[in-house]
Design a protein. Structure first.
Lengths: 426, 357
């Protein structure tokens, strides 16, 4: 190919443009009394709308705190500054964002993604930066002695599975001889509850029937044909995103009564709309934070943030499942900052101080949004409490009180896994 | 201009066979090599270990894939899995107490063996059919890693990588790890530049152009197709292992999924099939560009916080990134390396364009 002048100029321009790209500076705000959080989350690939709603709740809560003058401390409030970056659920982009955050003085990172958080674990432990993995990440990080800087601060997937089984036992009086089908996405996340369920099957005497489906889960008919033949008493579905709505649809199509379908935390109002609000009536799921706008904290947000036009997203999403989990995450983080400031008498918030604070929360309920959270140096899960919510055609209504179940088995698994990490982890 | 060819006379065979006969090329190369070697002095640790080092490792992976695709003309859609086999293999071998250097080679050999077994499909099928056969390698590897807790590292499917030790010395600093990656990439680049001039490289080219014509000429297509897979998988395995040791520090299955395979394929194609320089450019565009675009948009958003919403900030980089790939390929279908070559060719005779051809 010969190069004429126009092409020559265009090539030159292109090359110049390419070389200037790296020169975009990362503007660091040098304000005083600011606590920096880094949110490197997946807005574009797998979690998409989950992250969007979660992040909206989180930011609205931070706005609420900042509008009230920041986290109160002697000598003036501390504002929360949350930096948001998309990682597309790719570990290398999560690492890139993390490394950048680290140098910008961020003391807490929230990836809301299991792959990304797993890739960050060894770095966070080494750099002593708080890695918050609310409803995601490694379950065994609940063992604080092995993972001092990894903070799940929410019921792990193992605890959630145990609560679902407990609910089934309460409904049926006894699970002996019953069949529980476990339909899960065939990834590490989907397979995670298996050892716990096997253990519980032994303890409670039910028969466990696992049915995996291939990720991403928009095609599951093979699993459900087999499941129908097995005639289970309960069907537990374990997936995320598109797979969940397909699971509920397939379950209903295969004649499973809606109130015998029990799901992991990842099922929201939007999912139910996809299935059909009426058809899905009766489906139950684990709920780690109350949904709806009734909790006081939500009413404050509606009044002081959304009502004043300062909301971070569409108004109709305020009070939905993932939005409220976002508020929960924000509230726990801010509680950590508040306690860290209390300890330092309002002088500073360091990563170490925040870590100390987040690992010693006692009885925090975010004004009724979540069950009491009690963390310690050895327990980063904080109690493993959640409740069962049932879809009533319009919303997720609470079906049980906050409860925790079979924590001894859960911690057996946690310690087995964390011991392995301690032994080989470097 | 610059690339002055006047007055260069080849007086010995050695001289005619030089990789870079023009003094300017050599000077430019020396300058770039110097920049790379001195990078730890003038580049922040952030840039060093989150942009430069992954870039070098991706380039290495792309070089390995390019030998197979550009050199021997065999498509591979499971190169990410090959890297994964190398990474998991060497991590497990090193955890069993084998020194790092040996574990790296054994991981590479493991990847080479498995990669070659699947590459054997190339003896029967070509093109898209081969692509699908290599895709099987990707899915089988994913499946096996996920379903064997001994390999994946237990219920959490995350395997901690032991500290990188060279000759018994732990290498943990940003600079040290960077130099490991740089050394590997440099050795690989020199190998790739020279392989085309060896009998092996020429045999691969013959197989690439027409395998039965090569057979008639006395080049065993059977042997060289398998060798191409062997060499390329070995490089992939070692690169995957280094990626785990230098960068990830904990391996989990999703790091070596189909996305990686497709991205590496894109790297080779956007960079330019069969071109060594193309791998560098391709890796920069496919791996680094999204990160920088993200950064640029985020910086822009911080300036005009209320005007640009989160939705736009998180999605716009993807649009720009897609635009860049399509734009570059429309502008020069033969890849980014060809763009540099065009520039160089035109500078060779500039401003006397009429003297060309």
């Amino acid at each position: 190919m010969t190069l004429d002048r126009r092409q020559f100029v265009a090539t030159g321009l292109g090359a110049t443009l390419a070389t200037t790209l790296p020169l975009f500076p990362g503007i660091a705000s040098a304000q005083e009394r600011v606590v920096k959080f880094g949110m490197c989350q997946d807005f574009t690939v797998v979690y998409t709308f989950v992250t969007a709603e979660y992040s909206q709740g989180q930011r609205d809560y931070f706005t609420l705190v900042n509008e009230r003058g920041g986290v109160a401390a002697p000598g003036g409030g501390w504002k929360i500054a949350a930096d948001i970056v998309d990682t597309g659920n790719a570990p290398q982009r999560g690492i890139e964002a993390y490394e950048r955050f680290k140098r910008e003085g961020v003391i807490l990172v929230d990836p809301l993604s299991t792959p990304v958080s797993r890739a960050l674990v060894s770095r966070a432990l080494q750099d002593k930066i708080n890695l918050v993995t609310i409803v995601s990440g490694r379950s065994d990080a609940a063992d604080g002695s092995a993972f001092p800087y990894v903070l799940p601060l929410s019921p792990s997937y193992w605890s959630q599975a145990a609560i679902l089984v407990e609910y089934m036992a309460q409904q049926d009086k006894d699970l002996k001889g019953k069949k529980i089908a476990f339909v899960h996405i065939d990834t590490a996340f989907g397979r995670e509850p298996l050892p716990l369920l096997q253990e519980l099957a032994k303890r409670r005497g039910f028969e466990l029937l696992p049915f995996p489906y291939a990720p991403p889960g928009n095609e599951q008919s093979a699993a459900w044909t087999q499941l129908r033949r097995a005639k289970p008493d309960w069907t537990m579905i374990w997936g995320g995103g598109v797979g969940q709505t397909v699971s509920v649809k397939e379950a209903l199509r295969n004649g499973i009564p809606a109130d015998r379908i029990a799901s992991v935390v990842w099922l929201s109002e939007s999912d139910m709309k996809v299935v059909g609000n009426e058809q899905a009536k009766g489906v139950v799921k684990v709920e780690v934070a109350a949904s709806g706008r009734e909790p006081k904290i939500l009413q404050d947000i509606v009044r002081e943030v959304v009502g004043k036009g300062k909301g971070a997203g569409p108004q109709e999403l305020v009070g939905t499942t993932y939005y409220n989990i976002g508020v929960m995450a924000g509230a726990i983080m801010v509680e950590g900052v508040r306690r860290a400031l209390e300890a330092s008498k309002g002088t500073s918030v360091t990563a170490e101080g925040l870590n100390e604070a987040l690992r010693s929360i006692k009885g925090f309920t975010a004004e009724g949004l979540i069950p009491p959270l009690n963390t310690s140096k050895t327990d980063h899960q904080g109690g493993g409490m959640a409740r069962i919510a049932q879809w009533d055609g319009k919303r997720w209504a609470a079906k049980s009180d906050w409860l925790a179940a079979d924590q001894d088995v859960v911690f057996q698994l946690i310690h087995a896994s964390s011991a392995e990490f301690k032994k080989t982890g470097t | 201009m610059f690339y002055r060819a006047a007055g260069i006379r080849h007086v010995s065979y050695l001289q005619t066979r030089q990789l870079w006969p023009l003094p300017f090329d050599r000077a430019l190369l020396a300058f770039i090599a110097l920049l790379f070697v001195s990078a730890p002095l003038w580049v922040s640790p952030l840039v060093l270990n989150t942009y430069l080092m992954p870039w070098l490792l991706w380039t290495s992976a792309a070089l390995g894939l390019n030998l197979l695709m550009g050199g021997a003309g065999q498509v591979h859609l499971g190169y990410g899995a090959v890297m994964g086999i190398g990474a998991y293999g060497s991590v497990h071998i090193m955890r069993a107490g084998v020194p790092f250097e040996l574990a790296l080679l054994l991981g590479g050999l493991l990847a080479a063996v498995i990669g070659t077994i699947f590459g054997a499909a190339a003896l029967r099928v070509k093109g898209l059919y081969l692509a699908v056969s290599t895709l099987a390698l990707q899915y089988l590897t994913d499946f096996v890693i996920l379903h064997v807790p001994k390999i994946s590292g237990g219920t959490q499917a995350s395997l901690q990588v032991p500290t990188l030790r060279l000759l018994g010395q732990p290498v943990t600093s940003d600079t040290g790890v960077y130099f490991v990656a740089l050394a590997f990439c440099a050795v690989l680049t020199i190998f790739m530049l020279n392989v085309k001039r060896t009998s092996f490289g020429r045999a691969l080219a013959a197989v690439r152009e027409k395998d039965y014509a090569a057979e008639i000429l006395g080049v065993s297509a059977f042997r060289y197709k398998l060798l191409a897979f062997w060499v390329s998988s070995f490089i992939g395995g070692v690169t995957g292992a280094l990626y785990a040791f230098c960068y990830y520090k904990a391996v989990s299955p999703e790091q070596f999924h189909i996305e990686l395979s497709v991205q590496l394929l894109a790297t080779v194609i956007v960079g330019g099939l069969g071109r060594v320089l193309g791998c560098y450019f391709g890796a920069a565009l496919i791996l680094i560009a999204p990160m920088l675009l993200n950064r640029a948009l985020a910086a822009l958003a911080r300036g005009h916080g209320s005007v640009i919403g989160t939705d736009l900030v998180t999605h716009a980089p993807l649009i720009l990134y897609g635009g860049l790939i399509v734009g570059f390929l429309l502008f020069e279908p033969l890849g980014l390396a060809k763009m540099y070559e065009n520039l160089r060719n035109s500078l060779l005779v500039w401003p006397f364009r009429h003297t060309r051809r």
